[in-house]
Design a protein around this ligand. Structure first.
Ligand SMILES: [Zn+2]
Length: 196
């Protein structure tokens, strides 16, 4: 009995270490990704002295780069560029496995820009899958919905506060991804019908 228990324990410890190792590697990877993103935003602020807007994907898990997320990002970006047109001073699509990001520098008042991007998130058919952040050139953190008296973002599956669903892991990743795929299929079907 004693031997068996020891074996069980050792297996448990090994598994624990493996998980810990993977987590710290992933953690490091995410940290690097965040630092790169901050540096890019800071660099653009210095160069243009204007608000920086990032378009990223709202997708479960750490690795977010795939055909589905690229499609969503590209489609919402088209609408974004139609809205802001000549106010866009710079744009760059950065493909990364942690999720592609499009960086824009846009002329104008940062709070007004944030209002416009909230409208885009709420009204584009695929807007709920996109995160738009607006960084004013003299502020470190993005402008929040709350400071503009908007409600926090809702979960696209159950309509609860999205951060709570994420924190409590309310939905399986597969459930979220299936929903996204369904919405993207509907979106393209609808848009092709409009063209023909
Ligand atoms: Zn939910």
């Amino acid at each position: 009995m004693e031997n068996l228990r020891t074996k069980d324990n050792s297996e448990y410890v090994e598994l624990g270490l493996l998980e810990k190792k993977m987590t710290s590697e992933l953690f490091e990877e995410i940290q690097k990704y965040r630092i790169r993103k901050c540096q890019r935003i800071e660099g653009l602020h210095k160069e243009y002295n204007a608000p920086v807007i990032t378009l990223g994907i709202n997708y479960p898990g750490i690795i977010k780069n795939n055909e589905l997320t690229e499609l969503i990002l590209t489609e919402v970006a088209k609408q974004f560029e139609e809205i802001f047109q000549k106010k866009i001073l710079y744009s760059k699509f950065c493909s990364m496995k942690e999720g592609s990001v499009i960086y824009y520098v846009v002329k104008g008042d940062s709070r007004t820009l944030k209002e416009n991007t909230i409208y885009l998130e709420q009204n584009h058919d695929l807007g709920c899958f996109i995160n738009v952040d607006v960084f004013d050139h003299d502020e470190e953190f993005p402008i929040t919905r709350i400071e503009l008296s908007h409600e926090p973002r809702k979960c696209y599956l159950c309509n609860e506060d999205a951060t709570l669903c994420e924190k409590n892991k309310t939905h399986d990743h597969s459930e979220l991804i299936d929903f996204m795929q369904k919405k993207v299929d509907e979106y393209f079907k609808h848009n092709l019908e409009k063209i023909h």
